[in-house]
Design a protein around this ligand. Structure first.
Ligand code: CMX
Length: 396
């Protein structure tokens, strides 16, 4: 029964395989009868449970792995200078079914003492270091998570490649999505995700919530932020609209005049031109320009019917919107092209675009969280005013 000098973990590693009882797992052997008194009596005395460490005999009392209490008192090591069994040696016996040596018991006492202190509160000035660690972990896992969503929904039953240590974050994401062989799309995803990385907003994070909660809240709680037009889903809306235009005009034959007429038709039906205008910007969105430049540099994208239509629309729409005269910004925003390029690459599942967007937004959300902790920023708690107060102010 005497154990070797092995550690608790090593000992368990040896013991567990022998006790997994694989041969008896599906045995049909009858262990006993179920009597009415068992049922009414809370299953007392009914052998229906697997328990490794102890057995309670009505006459002898408890035995731990076959050792009675007097046996344990005889063989289980005591504390230095003591005589009584100590919980460390009992724990060892319960876990492994073996009697530990004095050295093994001391090693376990030492490990417990080393790990015994309650975690102390960390200094406020150090919050950011832990936040950063969580943020990096979260960021690192997002591609696998987002790729799994894509595969589960659109390509079920296929194996997802493992993370490759030699690839960058989006190289791995693209690979796990199943587009690893398409370097041009992978490059586009890199640019798209880098460009969409930030936007203001840190309400949940300001409550000192951890990055996982804050980021999930950013994705889920703010439906407007991610799943409703006009601010979001806009790249899907643009794609739908451009495809409808393509269908109506014929993609290779459409002239600037045709597109101008289509734009007016959209506006006259009371709809906005998707991909144009912005709450803040008053110029073409530099993210749009960067994506356009990406497309211009790739010969196959220059020939893409959908990308060509986006270009032609850009050549016509600002003038039409200026003439229409409502929007403060007649220029394209990033969504005027972003989804159309994904579509060109064969990533045609519209509904997934918002997930890619979510992966991207992690960059900004998590950055803000680290800075909020580094600067010790307080809970965001704006003061509200009622309509009455506002009206009084206006009338003053
Ligand atoms: N087509 C037609 N009319 C437009 C327009 C467009 N693209 N953009 C704005 N307008 C209209 C507005 O509907 C508003 O009309 P009303 O006065 O009748 O309500 C008027 O112009 C003034 O609006 P604005 O101050 O210029 O723009 P807002 O700040 O109110 O809205 C935005 C900004 C993005 C919601 C709006 O331009 C829009 O709906 N664009 C199309 C959808 C789109 O591309 N969304 C992507 C946004 C990208 C981002 O947020 O980063």
């Amino acid at each position: 029964r005497l154990a070797s000098t092995k550690s608790l973990r090593e000992t368990l590693q040896e013991v567990i395989p022998g006790r997994s009882r694989s041969s008896s797992r599906s045995s049909q052997t009858v262990v006993g009868d179920v009597k009415v008194e068992n049922i009414i009596g809370g299953m007392r005395g009914l052998k229906a449970m697997l328990w490794e460490a102890s057995v309670l005999d009505p006459i002898e009392g408890i035995r731990f792995h076959g050792l009675s209490i007097p046996d344990c008192q005889k063989v289980l090591p005591a504390a230095p200078g003591g005589k009584e069994i100590i919980p460390e040696s009992m724990l060892w016996l319960l876990l492994t079914g073996q009697v530990p040596s004095t050295e093994q018991t001391r090693a376990l006492s030492q490990e417990l003492a080393e790990k015994g202190e309650l975690p102390k509160g960390i200094k406020k000035a150090e919050y950011w270091t832990y936040t950063l660690e969580d943020c990096i972990n979260l960021m690192a896992r997002l591609p696998a998570l987002a790729a799994r969503i894509y595969r589960n929904v659109y390509k079920p039953g296929q194996d997802i490649p493992a993370i490759r240590k030699d690839l960058d974050l989006i190289g791995n994401y693209s690979n796990m999505l199943g587009y690893g062989g398409n370097e041009s799309l992978t490059e586009y995803l890199r640019l798209y995700i880098a460009l969409h990385g930030d936007h203001e907003g840190d309400l949940v994070g300001s409550t000192l919530s951890d990055p996982y909660l804050a980021y999930s809240a950013a994705l889920f709680a703010s439906r407007r932020a991610l799943t409703l037009p006009p601010h979001s889903l806009a790249n899907q809306e643009v794609l739908r609209w451009q495809m409808a235009m393509q269908k109506e005009l014929g993609h290779l034959t459409s002239t600037h005049e045709d597109i101008r007429a289509y734009l007016w038709k959209t506006l006259k039906s009371g709809q906005v031109v998707p991909g144009y205008g912005h709450g803040v910007l008053r110029n073409p969105d530099p993210r749009f320009i960067a994506l356009q430049e990406f497309c211009q540099a790739k010969p196959e994208l220059k020939q893409s019917p959908i990308v060509d239509l986006v270009n032609k629309t850009f050549e016509v729409a600002p003038d039409v919107l200026k003439e229409h005269g409502k929007t403060k910004n007649p220029w394209p925003n990033v969504d005027a092209t972003s989804g159309c390029v994904l579509y060109h690459y064969g990533l045609t599942e519209f509904k997934y675009y918002t997930v890619i967007f979510g992966v991207s937004r992690a960059l900004g959300c998590l950055t803000q969280l680290v800075w909020a902790r580094a600067l010790g920023l307080p809970l965001e708690r704006p003061k509200s005013v009622s309509m009455d107060v506002l009206e009084k102010l206006v009338k003053q």
